[in-house]
Design a protein around this ligand. Sequence first.
Ligand code: TXA
Ligand code: MG
Length: 317
Amino acid sequence: MSICAKIRPAGPKAYQEALDILRAGGLVALPTETVYGLSGDASNDDAVRRIYAVKGRPAYNPLIAHVLSPDGAQRFAHIPPLGQALITRYWPGPLTLVMPRKDSAPISAHAGAGLDTIALRCPQTPWARSFIEAGFDGALVMPSANRSGRISPTTAEHVADDLGDTVDMIIDAGPCPIGVESTVVQINGDSGVMLRPGGISFAELSAFDARITRPQRAQAITAPGMLKSHYAPRARVRLNVKTPEPGEPHLGFGACFTAPGLNLSKGGDVNEAARNLFDFMRRLDTKYSLAVAPIPTDGIGAAINDRLKRAAAERDT
Ligand code: TXA
Ligand code: MG
């Protein structure tokens, strides 16, 4: 475990310190229900620019603005009826909506990658909510608190390992309860396209409203962050492996597990597997190769398989 002077246990003292940092345009990593985010004042150009620099994130990949409520979202986006219905059903929670941005939206131009849309999310955990509540023109931008292209962090230590002293504070409130990022849906008029599978499954969203579909191949690039080799660990990742090579670490699931390695969920529960996924991938990312057992695709299992596929994809170097 790394020791980072900037990790503070969640509590009133850390809250006040973090608030002062954010108000001065600084950066604070904090937990949401999905993963740890790197937060900054969405309306502050310097804070937004620094997020890109600290993450090493390309300028073409836009940030999510995190708001407190459906009313808060109205200031940033034109919300079509389908967007409104999803908001009413799923906010606060792990659903990010991409919608047409209002010209008057109080957000730095640097956060939007030159697009005329904006991604909005309304987080659930008190830590994220209490800061947005304190002002910041209604929103904090908050990408996952990892170096660009690496696995998202689900603990304060993961953040410290990736970003260390380049951020002003890391608030430690334990592991994130969901463990994979939010589902991203782009609303186009009266239909919706899921750009990123995540905390809410596609099956659930399409049962809620059949106008929500998966992206066609040509549309995949609409989510600039969904590059093929995103979520890359250092080790070569081999998928659907029931019998690993001798000595090769195994990321197991249910009864399919061979030591050495770790079992994502002994009882075969995909939600438990999602909570453990990024932590276990980081822990096992020590050798040349990592063998992963087959993981079911039901519920959040689809998001797990998406992240694993990206982790196994060819690297851009
Ligand atoms: O669960 C989450 O969403 C976490 C927590 C911290 O809230 N945040 C997160 O942010 O995962 P980030 O920046 O790591 O991923 C946001 C994704 C990226 O793939 C980005 O390309 C996409 O959302 N995105 C943001 N704005 C967009 C836009 N206007 N159009 C299309 N995709 C957009
Ligand atoms: Mg990310």
